[in-house]
Design a protein around this ligand. Sequence first.
Ligand SMILES: CCC[C@H](O)CC(=O)SCCNC(=O)CCNC(=O)[C@H](O)C(C)(C)COP(=O)([O-])OP(=O)([O-])OC[C@H]1O[C@@H](n2cnc3c(N)ncnc32)[C@H](O)[C@@H]1OP(=O)([O-])[O-]
Length: 719
Amino acid sequence: MAQLTRVSGSVGLITLQSPPVNALSAAVRQGIVDTVQRALSDPEVKSVVVCGQNGIFCGGADIKEFGTNMSGPPLVPLIHAIEVAHKPVVAAIEGIALGGGLELALGCHYRIAHSKAKLGLPEVTLGLLPAAGGSQRLPRLIGVPAALDLITTGRHITAAEALKLGVVDQVTAHSTVDVAVKFALSVAGKPLDGRRISSLPCPRPPNMDALFEGVMKKVRQSARGAIAPIACVQAIRAAATLPYDQGMERELELMASLFTSDQARALQYIFFAQRAVARWSMPSGARWDTSKPRPVHKAAVIGLGTMGRGIAVALAQTGLSVVAVETQEKQLMAAKQEMSGMLERGAKRRGVAPAFDKIRYSPDIKAVADVDLVIEAVFEDMALKEKVFQQLSALCKPGTLLCTNTSGLDVDHLASQTRSPELVVGMHFFAPAHVMKLLEVVYGSKSSPQALATAMQLGKKMGKVSVAVGNCRGFVGNRMLKPYSEQAFFLLEEGATPELVDGALEDFGFPMGLFRMSDLSGLDVGWRVRKVDGLGKSSGASGQQARIRQGRRYSPLGDVLCEQGRFGQKTGRGWYQYDKPGGRVGRPDPWLHSFLEEYRAQHGLVARRIDHQEVLERCLYTLINEGFRILEDGIAAGPEEIDIIYVFGYGWPRHRGGPMFYASMVGLEKVLARLEFYQEAHPDVPYLQPCNLLKRLVASGSPPVHKWREVVKKLHSQL
Ligand SMILES: CCC[C@H](O)CC(=O)SCCNC(=O)CCNC(=O)[C@H](O)C(C)(C)COP(=O)([O-])OP(=O)([O-])OC[C@H]1O[C@@H](n2cnc3c(N)ncnc32)[C@H](O)[C@@H]1OP(=O)([O-])[O-]
């Protein structure tokens, strides 16, 4: 798994060989140990170059080995052996040097990178820290502040930035291995003392205590309960304050506390889940690897409200030609102005020219005639969308893919409005669409595999995490949100305040609790939907009957607030109060507390004490229960789809691995038992009724989450 050849007479070239990313598996580590030993003991070899096969240096430790009985030589002594070598060792970095890959390079005496290479220590994103000396060597090499930034964020940097920071010694646009070999020849026999990073003193920043205190505070805030970023800061502090050997001991100790943690398991699960959802399949058996996407060069977006603007900008930034259609002239002008600003800011961030010329604005829907794909993003009103799809079907050239950005309406119904229902899919973006990573790609009963493949490929090209799901009300994300928000409303009725509910959810790790989020997105959005569904009108009546709709418990609280014009931040009042309409900082509102008291009195409800545990169990377990129903219904192929949707689109804390993974960590028996407990207390709430799949999994001994996909598949094949 590592090969040694002699090149240019006296250079030992060690090539890591483990596709696709030359991860440091046991075999690769053994290969490095063997080849380094041979190179160092061969008198013909005067210097050494380490590189990776296929233009990829190394993707770091083999994540697949974590959680298994790890064997083979450990990384730390292997890297140490390179560093103490008496012959110069040069790392030739092409493609990537990440995690253990960069740590290996830091053990070498020189580093030469290709101009397109990316480097980083992303361990924190996997719930770990760079524990093959990375947390001790990097601060010695580039200073504490820069090391803190790279290690606590895990961000990948370009070769140019790496050169500027001093991570690498040279950047080349030519063959990195050739340049490194030439360089290795030039340094053969030269002293190496100053080149061994572990022997360098760590530069001590001025006001070190204040620096670490400030960084720790910032990291604690943004980590939202994640432990790895904190351990990273502690390890770097050890580098700054202790001799290298003691720092290494601290690194090991901190890594030991992370390595087997639930958070590391959750984050590593998310890493693989993100890759698993790209390998989509449809109930028909069509799959990602057998369905050929169509090329998309030109796209149209219909409707330039908030969503349409973001989608059009995202498409243009991907390099597509975009026709942006808005039939209302005033709205069109406003959109053009805002979108130009969005393009400009995006271009500035990415250091490229703004893609103004990629977008053609038109007030006429006929402008779609020659596009390959259309994304409809008009108002969430079925009658309006029906009309748009009828028009599109008549106007577009044959074969044009018709997509809807609806957040939950029936994709099959929209498809039935067209001549070619097989060309209709949902592309559900999340606001702001040019920023948010998630895309739900919804296939209807008639969608062709090619249509799905095209939308999935376009999503990937746009840099989105695209998840293929089936068609149902609310799809996956919004469907699961319904029982979650319903429980939050019921908790207010029973005695909680918005602050209490939000506090519990934010302590759990959500960036924003449900009520804070509702104030931000606008209470009127959900109200409009509830009214269309025949729910959102407060009857004015009191007592229990006023809280029953369509035969089940219903809380009209949100409707009553809307009737009073409290739409959230935009009106300066919602579940919280704000300084002014459009204000961002919400404060608890005494008016709302009195209102809740009056409401309870009017409806004969007696407030009781509610704690964080009840908030979490009722909100999260009903959401999880709906996730199981979604699996049962075949709307998502596996728990990974659901978890990725929640982590990337709904602020579910990544270190808790998504709702379905979280359920597996809590224990399915417990989730089931608590749902049964709450259902007994609230028999009029159908969402608390545990679903069959959950019961079935518990009855079969609660298999681990990676087995659920198979269970679900079997379940459907039996139907
Ligand atoms: C003692 C402590 C040591 C150390 O400090 C700890 C570490 O190093 S922690 C590690 C620190 N390193 C990291 O955190 C880097 C993690 N990796 C990445 O960020 C991206 O994969 C990378 C940028 C490398 C390539 O992106 P891309 O081009 O979009 O391609 P892709 O993403 O689709 O991957 C292709 C295939 O490779 C697989 N695979 C990839 N990496 C690993 C791995 N390390 N291992 C195993 N497998 C890995 C991946 O699963 C996929 O497999 P499949 O079966 O085809 O689905």
